[in-house]
Design a binder for this molecule. Structure first.
Ligand code: ADP
Ligand code: MG
Length: 232
């Protein structure tokens, strides 16, 4: 037990250090990004403009990895407000559409009437985007990805369903382990972040998978949380 505690302490320390470094590294990155953008606009030829855009894209990718990593912190502060999941989905829909633009993949929304929940909208946006991107990546060339919301007894459910390759039984158990990926250029942080965010919203993630596709269900408790908060 003592050994286990020491291991957890070390893990916590590593986590805290990673978070601190992540924050600090971001500031210089923002400066570099600003100057790259400026230089890119002034660049004389298209080739150079392309190079600058490439550099900015890579910097944005690095930044998004830091964001994901920071979201893993157990004690990350959350900023919950009473709001509707459907509104959040509608806000990020253009971003999702941009992902499938110029492909034969389609994204379908089926948003039903659901009660408001206490949500951290930044986190929920991240959660949905991570699930949607995985779903899209699981579909080779074409297919339909459906984002569905509905009320079910005392829960509000978000379902992200793809027509992708499915997940092998041996892989399912490893999902959510930080850095676990089966992709060549994957980070393996997406689902770990989803579990962490779900945890901070007292929600449960359930997976249904077959060779014809996968559905991720995120179940938010509704009555309980809103009832307790509004009676205070
Ligand atoms: P990454 O996408 O960077 O690999 P994630 O944590 O988002 O990391 O996902 C981890 C792994 O889970 C993926 O590499 C993939 O094998 C599997 N996975 C996640 N979502 C799906 C999905 N919708 N369909 C099939 N496999 C999936
Ligand atoms: Mg992913």
């Amino acid at each position: 037990l003592e050994q286990e505690m020491a291991r957890l302490d070390r893990l916590n320390l590593v986590g805290e250090m990673a978070a601190a470094i992540g924050h600090e590294v971001r500031n210089p990155m923002t400066t570099v990004r600003g100057f790259l953008q400026l230089l890119g606009e002034k660049a004389g030829c298209m080739l150079y403009k392309d190079y600058f855009n490439l550099m900015i894209d890579e910097l944005d990718r690095a930044n998004s990895i830091i964001t994901q990593f920071l979201s893993l912190a157990k004690d990350k502060p959350v900023d919950k407000n009473e709001q509707n999941l459907n509104t959040i989905i509608n806000t990020i829909f253009p971003l999702i559409q941009a992902d499938v633009y110029k492909s034969d993949k389609y994204v379908n929304l089926e948003l039903n009437d659901i009660p408001d929940l206490f949500l951290d909208d930044n986190e929920i946006r991240q959660l949905i985007l991570n699930l949607v991107r995985n779903g899209l990546e699981a579909m080779q060339s074409d297919g339909i990805l459906t984002i569905r919301t509905y009320a079910d007894a005392d829960k509000v459910v978000l379902a992200v369903q793809d027509q992708g390759c499915g997940i092998e039984a041996g892989v399912v158990d490893k999902l959510g382990t930080p850095f676990f990926t089966t992709k060549d250029n994957g980070t393996g942080l997406g689902l770990a972040v989803c579990y962490s965010i779900a945890d901070r919203h007292n929600s449960k993630i359930v997976i249904e998978t077959a060779p014809t596709g996968t559905t991720f269900y995120v179940q938010f408790p509704c009555s309980g949380e809103i009832a307790t908060l509004s009676s205070q």
